[in-house]
Design a protein around this ligand. Structure first.
Ligand SMILES: Nc1ncnc2c1ncn2[C@@H]1O[C@H](COP(=O)(O)OP(=O)(O)O)[C@@H](O)[C@H]1O
Ligand SMILES: [Mg+2]
Length: 245
């Protein structure tokens, strides 16, 4: 399972006068757990939005598996094999846990035409992913009744329904209690061991350092450092970006 590297060249997106992403050239490591870190407002989420088609960049390119996917619609980026979660968890609060996961895929065949029901295979796969993330016992519960951490696991199950080769997570541990952070970290490791590439924006440094193989540091829209976690942590430019020293 290796669609090939996700990379950007000269990616730029400005909002008014603010260059949220500024000439970002980044190559992620295929088959690895990549982390993207940087101070608040350094452009990490905007970078994710440009890569996944939520926002069209002003200039620059996004390539995936050697193909130019710049500016493609989100569903086409997803079809190319890239899944993502959102910093502010996106779920349907009044739908059940099972319905949420099923909503991540369009029903196939006749059921798809009627837009009414998913086939038994999809329902089984949804159950399988819910089991995998550890919330299958909640499948009939309305999503709004889940804890925030459980909602994040639900969102991840939905992402996995599309069988992405590359998974982009925007602050998966933000606002999540420590026990569930451990579960999310273990899941990321397992899914990576099975061949999925991860790109994870995360503020929890302990988690970044223990989880990732490769770290890219953003500051004011630009990648300013990259490398293995230990190297990046000791980089003076990184300390400066974080501490302003
Ligand atoms: N939709 C938007 N409209 C205007 N400014 C935005 C928008 N999204 C992000 N920004 C600005 O772009 C910069 C980068 O934001 P963001 O990508 O959310 O950073 P991060 O995820 O690293 O915290 C910030 O200055 C932010 O205020
Ligand atoms: Mg963000």
């Amino acid at each position: 399972m290796s669609a090939g590297n996700l990379a950007t060249a000269g990616l730029t997106k400005a909002f008014g006068g603010v260059r949220a992403v500024d000439d970002a050239t980044v190559e992620f490591h295929d088959g690895k757990i990549n982390a993207v870190i940087g101070p608040n407002g350094s452009g990490k989420t905007t970078f994710f939005n440009c890569v996944t088609g939520m926002i069209r960049p002003d200039s620059g390119t996004v390539t995936y598996g050697g193909r130019d996917v710049t500016g493609r619609a989100p569903h086409r980026i997803a079809a190319a094999g890239i899944g993502r979660s959102f910093q502010l968890c996106r779920i349907f609060p009044r739908m059940t846990v099972r319905e949420n996961v099923l909503a991540a895929v369009r029903p196939r065949g006749m059921a798809g035409l009627l837009r009414s029901a998913h086939d038994a295979g999809d329902v089984e796969r949804a159950r399988g992913w819910l089991r995998r993330v550890g919330i299958d016992h909640l499948e009939d519960v309305e999503a709004r009744n889940l804890s925030y951490g459980q909602q994040k696991l639900l969102e991840l199950a939905g992402v996995l329904m599309a069988e992405p080769e590359t998974i982009m997570l925007d602050e998966p541990a933000g606002g999540v209690n420590p026990a569930l952070i451990d579960r999310i970290a273990a899941l990321v490791r397992e899914l990576n061991a099975e061949g999925r590439t991860f790109i994870v924006v995360e503020h929890n440094m302990e988690l970044v350092m223990s989880l990732s193989d490769h770290v890219v540091v953003f500051d004011r829209g630009r990648p300013i450092a990259e490398g293995p976690p230990d190297t990046v942590r000791a980089d003076p430019a990184v300390l400066e970006a974080y501490l302003g020293v």
